[in-house]
Design a protein around this ligand. Structure first.
Ligand SMILES: [Zn+2]
Length: 609
């Protein structure tokens, strides 16, 4: 104990000793208390905006006060509120189809549940007009060098377009791989709006998965509409529209499914529709918890006088708003989120604790984000309206799921955001001794993404996906506390290095590798849980979803997929791409490694509702 204190006193000239108060004994018992408290039943899974979130924030604020941290400059409170859409529901959308042929006038109106539902991103309002069928409603941008435009030759200005959900199923692999990327309904709505349409009706074609069904109102955090009145209607509700065209939808779809982009859409004569969309968006307020430990010496002359550490403290509540991987048997139970992310939250508390008593050349920003599980909402709100100019932040270190170190492995991502990171990490690891996996890519599904977007040099620490990910069983007893404290000590050494040097990491922009990400996820369900932290060649499975196609195919945690449907897989991007080529209900050959043994199986993707 004494020697450590001494080390601290002379630390100004001595870099890279592990951070002072981070002796394992000092933090060990505290870490466990933090995780057990945050992951307890009482906190009910810490859903953003819920009473459980408030209890967790209260706990964090009490800890911050205990260590002498202050609200950020210009703020009187530790809480930073942000509003978000907690859910959407249909508030009574309806469709009226009026057919007029000669003197005969027919009117049909449908409303309610299975017949017409607004798309979650629809504007609220009523539109009327004539109707144009625009095939799948897909427009592949010219930059892709692939001619596919459902609107070719169509005039949809001030009209209402009817489009099919999904994309041509029978097209060759290359075509499907390209059009799938532009088949997202938001993207289709954008294409319709840009061409002057005032409304969009989506029908799930008779040849598609979920044939004839409406699109369920998805959980969507959009605050406002997309500038278009849009709804999905059942096949039955759309029938009078197509009847007026004198064509069979099944025949039309069959032609389109060949993927031939020259199969034209058409105006439907003698029909006028009135579409009323009503989306009720429930606004709620979430709370980041923010504090700082001011520099202990004047910061004049120090470039970028802030260093930031953060972790999201929210989780999934009872898993009812999306993101849950709970099986049927434990649905609606409290998702404890011990690893995700009580572990990271405890680590940030420990780092703050360590620096509360240490000299600091920079201010230490301590951030606990909420809304992460709903889409990085809290960190996004922060970087959109930062309390201090973000070019004053030397670096941001993020901790998300760091409590399950196995085989001494620790993954650090976003290392491409500053040239100095690999060296800094390597040096700090001399004392820590992890088997480090460094990944340059900062486009990660955690709050580090917000800081990368804001051009702040950043890192995120991660100990890997596991079987309990996003399930109620992610509990405090499964945390590897000893190694969790080693992660904290390792990160604290990096923070110390940043505190002591007067220059700052230089932000480098990393190009994004995958363009739009897993669009296939919209229609296809394989039940695989990729281990995003893996650096093995192929796709390492962090787990499989109980009862899903992957489990039925005999795949299990630890298997490495090296080929699927004839596509070789070397990384997660290959896998995402390959998924777009699969067909629902059609068996695909999977080649995988189990240990050193090469095996083969057949996986049949299911439709995602
Ligand atoms: Zn999560």
């Amino acid at each position: 104990m004494k020697t450590k204190r001494l080390g601290l006193a002379i630390a100004a000239s001595c870099l890279l000793v592990s951070a002072p108060a981070f002796s394992q004994t000092a933090t060990a018992s505290r870490t466990k208390t933090h995780v057990q408290t945050l992951a307890s039943d009482k906190f009910e899974g810490r859903l953003t905006g819920s009473p459980g979130e408030k209890l967790a924030a209260d706990y964090l604020i009490a800890e911050l006060k205990r260590m002498g941290a202050k609200p950020l400059p210009g703020m009187t409170d530790f809480r930073m509120p942000f509003t978000f859409t907690a859910g959407s529901k249909d508030g009574g959308s309806k469709l009226t189809v009026v057919t007029e042929i000669g003197d005969a006038k027919n009117s049909a109106q449908v409303s309610g549940g299975g017949k017409v539902i607004a798309l979650s991103f629809s504007d609220n309002g009523e539109v009327s007009g004539s109707v144009v069928f625009a095939g799948y409603g897909i427009v592949v941008p010219e930059s892709q060098g692939f001619g596919y435009d459902s609107y070719q030759g169509l005039d949809v200005k001030d009209k209402i377009v009817v489009v099919l959900r999904y994309f041509p199923e029978d097209a060759d692999q290359k075509t499907r791989a390209i059009v799938a990327r532009y088949a997202d309904l938001r993207y289709k709505a954008q294409a319709a709006r840009q061409r002057g349409a005032k409304g969009m009706i989506v029908v799930t074609g008779p040849r598609s998965p979920n044939a004839g069904e409406v699109v369920p109102m998805s959980f969507d955090t959009a605050i406002a509409g997309s500038g278009l009145v849009a709804a999905s209607v059942s096949g039955e509700s759309a029938a009078p529209i197509f009847a007026a065209s004198g064509k069979q939808l099944e025949e039309v779809q069959k032609e389109l499914d060949s993927g031939n982009p020259h199969v034209a859409g058409f105006a439907i004569p003698n029909v006028t529709v009135t579409l009323t969309s009503n989306v009720i968006r429930e606004q709620q307020t979430g709370h980041n918890v923010l504090a700082y430990l001011p520099a202990t010496a004047p910061v004049a002359g120090v470039s970028k006088p802030w260093v930031a550490v953060g972790a999201h403290y929210d989780h999934l509540g009872r898993g009812t708003t999306g993101g849950s991987l709970a099986g049927k048997e434990d649905a609606n139970q409290i998702h404890h989120g011990a690893d995700d992310n009580a572990s990271g939250t405890a680590t940030v508390l420990n780092i703050a604790d360590a620096f509360a008593k240490a000299p600091r050349r920079r201010n230490l920003l301590i951030a606990f984000w909420s809304g992460e599980e709903l889409g990085l909402l809290g960190s996004n709100a922060f970087v959109t309206k930062p309390p201090m100019p973000l070019d004053q932040v030397a670096a941001y270190l993020n901790f998300d799921m760091v409590g399950r170190v196995a085989d001494n492995k620790l993954t650090v991502q976003a290392t491409g955001t500053a040239a100095m990171w690999p060296k800094v990490l390597e040096q700090a690891n001399v004392a820590a001794g992890f088997d480090l996996v460094l990944q340059e890519d900062p486009y990660q599904p955690t709050d580090v993404g917000s800081f990368n977007t804001a051009s702040v040099a950043c890192l995120t620490f991660f100990t890997g996906a596991h079987q309990e990910y996003h399930k109620p069983s992610d509990t405090a007893d499964k945390i590897n506390y000893e190694d969790l404290d080693r992660v904290g000590a390792f990160a604290a050494a990096i923070v110390k290095r940043l505190m002591e040097s007067s220059d700052a990491p230089q932000f480098t922009k990393v190009e994004q590798k995958s363009e739009t990400g897993g669009r296939a996820g919209l229609r296809l369900f394989t039940g695989t849980i990729p281990d995003y932290a893996s650096d093995v060649k192929g796709l390492l499975l962090g787990g499989v979803i109980g009862g899903g196609p992957a489990e039925q195919a005999g795949l299990a945690k630890g298997d490495v997929i090296v080929e699927i449907a004839g596509q070789s897989i070397t990384n997660i991007y290959d896998y995402t791409y390959a998924l777009e080529l699969l067909k629902i209900g059609q068996p695909a050959k999977v080649v995988y490694m189990r240990g050193t043994e090469k095996r083969e199986t057949t996986l049949t993707p299911a439709a995602r509702k």
